[in-house]
Write a new protein. Structure first.
Length: 499
């Protein structure tokens, strides 16, 4: 009997050419729980046709076993597992995530749905364990009676995006750490109003105890805006030109109602552009160089003061030479006197240099001036007086006066006798200062007719320099010298004080 049944293509439902469709055509489905394609229920055929048309990776897991049917896009996702996954049971095809897929089948065949975003799984697609991330959506596929017969899964791998976001996040955190640990101050402001987005600890230290993040420059630091920095940032925002400043003076109010504090800063305003090239933010970076600037200013003043002192010293030396030559008879006498007086000046300089020319302790100055005249076998010069710091000008004047007194005592007075001695003392009487030089057990000294450099220095120059009075009394056992002036006169300070 002749068979009149037409020869119908059992794969016509595929409706699409492609690798997956070709595999479905050639695969021996009779070896699977699905059976021959001619026997597939309409719901399975329809679902297979739909997933083959999709450009998105889709896999269908049919029956309790979860027999796998998928499209070309999923075959790319499957990697080296393709085409062996076709027709295999999902629990065996992806054995490394059997528990995950077992739960998918139980939920899907029970009529439930599952959705995962950036789900992390370990797959062996390339022959070794690989961490991957995916967006997964699972829905049941219903048969003709409305019962779940399989599970369809839309699989979108997000590994590259997740790893890129992780790298970006790690880079951002690294930059944040660098930002917060940077030894210089940094801040980021956005928009034409210059709203603070973030500041690092060094910037917060610079501006003091006040909240600036989230506020505009005008609201956060109005005193800064009034000093021209708002106009400067406006110009950077409008023109896109970087601005650099060095040792710029800035007055900060470190708390809301605190007085302004002077600081000096080196800084850069760097415009930040968006992808279209428009300036959207300004990055501020710099250093607080207040101490450096103050040190430089101090150094300049110190150099100026040193120049002044050198000129004064040269003037003193010139005066010593001129006055000494007027009062000596021989070249040898002149040479010795000039040398000794310059050495006395040098010793005073040494004491002052050790104190950076900020003054000196009077006792140290007196000891230094008279050290060469002390007699090793006995205490020929006794020094007594309260602790007192004198200015450099007063220290130099007193040192030269003491040198002249000691020189005369060694030649003609108490220090020329074996039992002679000298008492050097000073005292403070309210706002008055007095210095006494008293020789004891020496020869009777009478004033000469001719006034030499020493006498002029003691009785004219010293009182004039320190605005005081001086007297010499020629007593039977030695000279007594008294000098009196104000405490203010001996406490003179160089111009660099207070810097």
């Amino acid at each position: 009997m002749q068979n009149d049944t037409p020869n119908i293509d059992p794969f016509r439902f595929l409706g699409k050419d492609g690798e997956a469709a070709e595999i479905i055509r050639t695969y021996d489905w009779s070896s699977t729980p699905l059976g021959r394609v001619e026997e597939w229920p309409p719901c399975l055929r329809t679902s297979t046709a739909l997933l083959l048309q999709s450009p998105v990776p889709i896999v269908m897991l049919w029956g309790e076993e979860g027999v796998m049917i998928y499209n070309d896009a999923y075959s790319v996702f499957a990697g080296s597992r393709h085409p062996a996954l076709f027709g295999s049971n999902v629990r065996e095809g992806w054995a490394e995530i059997v528990d995950f897929n077992d739960n998918v089948m139980k939920v899907g065949l029970a009529g439930g749905t599952l959705a995962y975003r950036d789900q992390e799984l370990t797959l062996h697609r390339k022959g070794f364990p690989e961490q991957v991330w995916m967006d997964l959506d699972y829905s049941p596929v219903l048969d003709e009676e409305g019962k779940p017969a399989g599970v369809i899964a839309i699989v979108v791998e997000t590994t590259e995006r997740v790893l890129a976001e992780r790298r970006n996040r790690e880079e951002y955190e690294r930059l944040q750490n660098l930002f917060s640990q940077a030894p210089t101050f940094m801040a980021m402001t956005s928009g034409p109003e210059h709203t603070f987005e973030m500041v690092n600890p060094e910037y917060q230290t610079l501006v003091g105890d006040r909240q600036v993040v989230g506020k505009t420059l005008v609201d956060a630091m109005p005193e800064i805006a009034k000093q021209g920095y708002l106009d400067l940032m406006d110009d950077v925002f409008k023109t896109g030109k970087t601005v650099r400043r060095a040792a710029e003076r800035v007055m900060f109010a470190r708390t809301k109602d605190a007085p302004l504090v002077e600081r000096y800063v080196d800084f850069v305003y760097q415009p930040i552009r968006d992808e279209r090239g428009a300036v959207v933010s300004i990055f501020t970076q710099g250093s607080d160089v207040t101490e450096r600037v103050r040190a430089e200013n101090h150094q300049k003043l110190l150099i100026n003061e040193l120049n002044h002192r050198v000129k004064n010293t040269l003037t003193s030396i010139q005066s010593i030479v001129t006055q000494t030559l007027r009062g000596v008879q021989t070249r040898e006498e002149a040479s010795k006197a000039i040398t000794n007086r310059i050495l006395a000046l040098s010793r005073a300089h040494n004491v002052l240099t050790a104190e950076n020319w900020d003054g000196a302790e009077l006792r140290a100055m007196v000891v230094s001036s008279l050290e060469a005249f002390q007699v090793e076998s006995r205490e020929a010069i006794r020094i007594n007086g309260p602790d007192l710091r004198v200015g450099p000008h007063a220290a130099m004047s007193i040192a030269l006066a003491l040198h002249e007194l000691a020189t005369n005592a060694a030649k003609y007075g108490a220090l020329s006798f074996s039992d002679g001695s000298v008492d050097v003392s000073w005292q403070l009487l309210g706002d008055k200062f007095e210095l006494d030089w008293i020789e004891r057990d020496g020869p009777t000294v009478v004033p000469g007719d001719r006034k030499g450099f020493g006498s002029r220095l003691l009785l004219q120059v010293l009182p004039l320099e320190l605005q005081g009075t001086a007297t010499i009394d020629y007593r039977p056992d030695g000279v007594a010298f008294n000098f009196a002036t104000s405490l203010e006169a001996v406490n003179d300070r160089p111009a660099l004080e207070g810097v």
